[in-house]
Structure formats: structure tokens, C-alpha cells
Design a protein around this ligand. Structure first.
Ligand SMILES: NC(=O)c1ccc[n+]([C@@H]2O[C@H](COP(=O)([O-])OP(=O)(O)OC[C@H]3O[C@@H](n4cnc5c(N)ncnc54)[C@H](O)[C@@H]3O)[C@@H](O)[C@H]2O)c1
Length: 374
């Protein structure tokens, strides 16, 4: 298959959809790999590294026009809509349930669009979202520790303490992928950590792997209020799949917190779980409400593109290989989890939640791919 890698043009996006190592794997499997010039620069991969791996460096037009499958990181933005076409498989993050113009552009173009974020593994796990949650969780603990420093508006507390001085307290709301990773790094910094969770099964699992190192508490409105009142850092990491994040921390609760404490609302990409949160950027990450520093960067992994690119491509490459080796229809027939990734094909919406969100007809993916083959 001829596989192209496009350079990201969305502002502040430095990741790339394939590493030179990934390019070499694909070339060794007999595929042709085209990489748009300077696509890897933001992640510290020079064009020469891709060339050494057997890929060809091409201009933007050739990458989009000659590809059978195009790999990206972020969804196409408006200037890229005109490049979508039938006969092309687009494999990238899409998040189109919240983006009607892009959904329509995909449908009208006839492109086959496979979304990283809806590919599933066993038990509803989302293998292509998980690596970004791992990174965001780990960054959340770092950000919390950093913004506790006095000159940055924080309380002026070292999270880990020192011998003879008590450590700071970190409360993590939601013990999923983000919350677990935030807790692990906070523990590593020497903080005293509490996770509030709603799922007893998840808490049993966390107890097994972190036994004795932190406190696990059932999440309720009262428990949230009591726990955050004594916290130095609060990390919001809840997710209700397919829904906006619940507002678990109200403005009134902030008034009971310690002045200069830090909240990190990782769930901000789903609307945030603090009443007072609004999205911020890496260039201007924090603001203050009721004496509490708010860190609400919506694309936290974007701040560490080298790590994020490796983590993302480690997870996506097996799917790229499967599609390239067998063609999409066969790869999807063999892997129902990959089939869940197909959002649009043959001018039809093939993912129910997207169809519902935009009042468009829904077509089962097998039917759309059959129409495509006919
Ligand atoms: N800001 C960013 O850059 C960034 C990056 C990655 C992920 N995220 C977001 O972080 C959030 C968490 O993602 P995840 O991968 O950890 O999800 P996850 O599904 O692995 O974990 C979410 C956890 O929240 C728990 N939960 C739900 N309601 C709760 C409540 N009321 N109280 C306590 N816990 C509750 C669930 O039981 C689950 O264990 C999502 O909104 C995700 O989109 C943001």
C-alpha cells in the first residue's frame, strides 16, 4: 500500500503520525512510505531520518494526492477539507461528534475516515486514546507540583516535603488511566495521595497494584468537599464515556480550600469537572479563581511532542500494519475493535453516535465498505 504521512498544520501541534522506526517497519513489509517534508520536525525527526528508513520525502500535494492511506494526528482543519477524496483512507484523531462542518466535509468527499479515538480493544478499552491519558496524567502531577511554587502564585510548598517536614496532599478525582498515572507520579514526588473513585471494581484494581501507598475513597459530593478542603493539589480526571464531565467541584467548595492550592482539570477536554474551569493553552496555562490556581490545558500531551509521538505511534502502528497488509475491509472484518474506528465511509456515517449528533442517517460499516468495493 502507498502510505503517506501529512505534516500537522493545526496551531501548536508538533506531533507526527509515524516515527522513522515505524516507517522502516512498513517499508520492510513491502509498502511505499511517503512523508511530507518537515512533518517530523516538531518531534525532533529530520527528513533525513525518514529517508534513511526507506521513506520518500514529498511535498504536501503529493502526500495527499498519491496516498492510498494518509496518516495524521489531528483532524483535518478547513484548509485541508479540499484534499479529502474518495479512494483515500484517512487514519487520525477525528472527534467529529462535536464537529459538524468536518463531518459534512468527510461525508461529501467520499473519503474513508478511521478515527483513532473510537478504535476499541477488549471490554470497551480505547487503545489509541490510552497513551495520551497516560501522558496527561503524568504531566498533571508535574504541573500541580510546579504551580505550588510561591513566585508562580502557589502556596509555596514542596510537594514531597523533606525529612522532618510533612509532604503536600494530592487529591485525584477519578482513578482511570489519567488518575492512576497522576497518582503514580505524585507518589514518586513524595506526596500524600488520595484517589476518589466511583467504581468499586476499579478501586479494587488500584488497591491491588498500589496497595498501602495511597488512600482510596468512594467519590461523593460530600467526600469531594471534605477531601479538597485539605488538599494542596487537586487533579480532575473523571470521565463518563460519551458525556460531558460532571461538575463535581463548585465555586463554593473552592472557598473552603487552602489559598494558593492548585487544581489541574485534565477533564477540561470534556468540559471540565470544576465549575470554575475554562480551557487554557500551553502558552498561558493558568489563571486564578477564589485564590486557587487553575491549570486547564486542553491538549496537555501537545507540550511533550517527542514522548507523545512515540507513545501514539507505538499504539497506532499495529493497526496501520493490519490495514496496509489486508486492505481496510478485510482488516475490519477480522477485528471488530478496528471496525468501531470507521466513522465515515462511502459518503455514509458509520458510527452511530456521530450520526445521532448531527441528525444524519447511520449505515453499518460493513454495508458502507461493501458499497465501496462494488
Ligand atoms: N487535557 C488533556 O490534555 C487530556 C488528555 C487525555 C485525557 N483527557 C481527559 O481526561 C479524562 C479522564 O480520562 P481517562 O482516560 O482517565 O478516562 P478513564 O475512563 O480511564 O477514567 C475515568 C474514571 O473516572 C471515574 N469516574 C466517573 N465519574 C466519577 C465521579 N463522579 N467521581 C470519581 N470518579 C469518577 C470512572 O469510574 C473512571 O475510572 C477524560 O475527560 C479525558 O478526555 C484530557
Amino acid at each position: 500500500m502507498r502510505i503517506a504521512v501529512a505534516k500537522e498544520i493545526k496551531p501548536d501541534e508538533y506531533r507526527v503520525a509515524l516515527t522513522p522506526a515505524g516507517a522502516r517497519e512498513l517499508v520492510q513489509q513491502g509498502h511505499e512510505v511517503l512523508v511530507e517534508t518537515t512533518a517530523g520536525e516538531g518531534s525532533s525527526f529530520a527528513d533525513a531520518a525518514y529517508e534513511a528508513a526507506g521513506a520518500a520525502i514529498v511535498g504536501v500535494d503529493e502526500a495527499w494526492e498519491s496516498a492510498e492511506m494518509l496518516l495524521k494526528v489531528k483532524e483535518p482543519i478547513e484548509p485541508e477539507y479540499g484534499r479529502l477524496r474518495s479512494g483515500l483512507i484517512l487514519f487520525t484523531y477525528l472527534h467529529i461528534a462535536a464537529d459538524e462542518p468536518l463531518t459534512r466535509a468527510l461525508v461529501e468527499s467520499g473519503v474513508t475516515a478511521v478515527a483513532y479515538e473510537t478504535v476499541e480493544a477488549g471490554r470497551g478499552a480505547l487503545p489509541l486514546l490510552a497513551p495520551m491519558s497516560e501522558i496527561a496524567g503524568r504531566l498533571a502531577a508535574q504541573a500541580g507540583a510546579y504551580f505550588l511554587e510561591k513566585p508562580l502564585g502557589g502556596r509555596g510548598l514542596l510537594l514531597g516535603g523533606v525529612p522532618g517536614v510533612a509532604p503536600g496532599r494530592v487529591v485525584v478525582i477519578g482513578g482511570g488511566m489519567v488518575g492512576y498515572n497522576a497518582a503514580v507520579i505524585a507518589l514518586g514526588l513524595g506526596a500524600e495521595v488520595t484517589i476518589l473513585e466511583r467504581s468499586i471494581d476499579r478501586m479494587r484494581h488500584l488497591e491491588e497494584i498500589l496497595s498501602g501507598r495511597l488512600t482510596l475513597l468512594m467519590s461523593s459530593s460530600l467526600q469531594v468537599e471534605e477531601s479538597i478542603a485539605t488538599a494542596d493539589v487537586v487533579i480532575g480526571a473523571v470521565l463518563i464515556p460519551g458525556a460531558r464531565a460532571p461538575k463535581l467541584v463548585t465555586r463554593a467548595m473552592l472557598r473552603e480550600m487552602k489559598q494558593g492550592a492548585v487544581i489541574v482539570d485534565v477533564a477540561i477536554d470534556q468540559g471540565g469537572c470544576f465549575e470554575t474551569s475554562h480551557p487554557t493553552t500551553h502558552s498561558d496555562p493558568v489563571y486564578e479563581v477564589e485564590g486557587i490556581t487553575h491549570y486547564c490545558v486542553a491538549n496537555m500531551p501537545g507540550g511533550v511532542p517527542i514522548t507523545s509521538t512515540y507513545a501514539l505511534t507505538n499504539a497506532t502502528l499495529p493497526y496501520v500494519e493490519a490495514i496496509a497488509a489486508r486492505g481496510l475491509a478485510d482488516a475490519v472484518a477480522r477485528d471488530p475493535g478496528l471496525a468501531r474506528g470507521v466513522n465515515v465511509a462511502a459518503g455514509q456515517v458509520t458510527y452511530e453516535a456521530v450520526a445521532e449528533a448531527h441528525a444524519l442517517p447511520y449505515t453499518p460499516v460493513e454495508d458502507a465498505l461493501r458499497a465501496l468495493a462494488a
